[in-house]
Design a protein around this ligand. Structure first.
Ligand code: FES
Length: 256
């Protein structure tokens, strides 16, 4: 797989929640190589912005690549305001990606931006004749990207959504929803979201076949700066190069 630098035109920029946008970009080189769980680095060229930002790939087609942008700072705000026809500079695909097994029974668990890499994974699992269920956690109801959730509902048997603060039919975190589920129904688990969510899941899932996609601050995204290093049972690893997907059992969670 080749990492390439591609200039991509914005085809569509659609607001899907109070702080979330789907940015659809024209791409042939990166989109055709990307695996679920991989990410791209985008150059954001507004005032005081020099570093590229990492984003999990939300979806791909032979001619396009989509990203889920949650507005959390200057760079993401700048991206959320791009109009059709704008050009952005991408490097990718980066990182290792999830393992997709055919005919598996999977549970996908995501929090916040974790919905991004799980979307492409869910599509690939569906295409591989695998069954999947999904749990999503958000901070507030207005942060739920309803149309994205509906996409998951078409592919999954069951989609459970929870929010930290209501009003919403279910208030709680993803662990609360996990407790409703018989884990024996699944042979694989995929988790993506903030580190505190992954740490909370670990005691419940540590004896199982689990892949986690880690979030980290990334300056270079290509293994050069060592700014994203974590401790694992096999020594120090770089999230951008050796991950972002790791087996849950391999991460030293006490040091995260
Ligand atoms: Fe530079 Fe990972 S971000 S080594």
């Amino acid at each position: 797989m080749n990492v390439v630098n591609e200039k991509c035109e914005v085809i569509r920029n659609e607001r899907v929640s109070s702080d979330g946008h789907i940015l659809v970009l024209n791409s042939r080189d990166i989109s055709r190589q990307t695996l679920p769980g991989q990410f791209v680095e985008i150059g954001c060229y507004g005032e005081d912005m020099i570093l590229r930002r990492p984003f999990s790939v939300f979806d791909v087609s032979s001619e396009s690549l989509s990203l889920f942008i949650k507005i959390v700072g200057k760079g993401t705000k700048w991206l959320s305001e791009l109009n059709s026809g704008s050009i952005v500079d991408l490097i990718g695909p980066l990182g290792n990606g999830f393992t997709v097994s055919s005919k598996s029974r999977s549970l996908l668990i995501g929090g916040g931006c974790g919905i991004a890499s799980l979307n492409l994974l869910s599509r690939k699992l569906f295409d591989s004749d695998s069954n999947s269920d999904t749990i999503f956690g958000f901070s507030k109801p207005e942060e739920i990207p309803q149309e994205v959730i509906e996409g998951f509902q078409k592919r999954a048997n069951r989609v459970l959504v929870t929010v930290d603060k209501g009003p919403y039919p279910f208030i709680g975190n993803v662990v609360d929803r996990l407790k409703e589920i018989d884990l024996e129904n699944y042979d694989r688990f995929y988790c993506c979201g903030p580190t505190r969510m992954l740490k909370a899941l670990e005691p419940f899932l540590c004896k199982r076949e689990v892949e986690v996609s880690l979030e980290a601050r990334m300056a270079c995204g290509i293994g050069v700066c060592y700014g994203c290093t974590i401790s694992t049972k096999h020594g120090s690893k770089r999230v951008c190069l050796d991950g972002p997907v790791f087996k849950m059992e391999e991460v030293e969670w006490n040091e995260m």
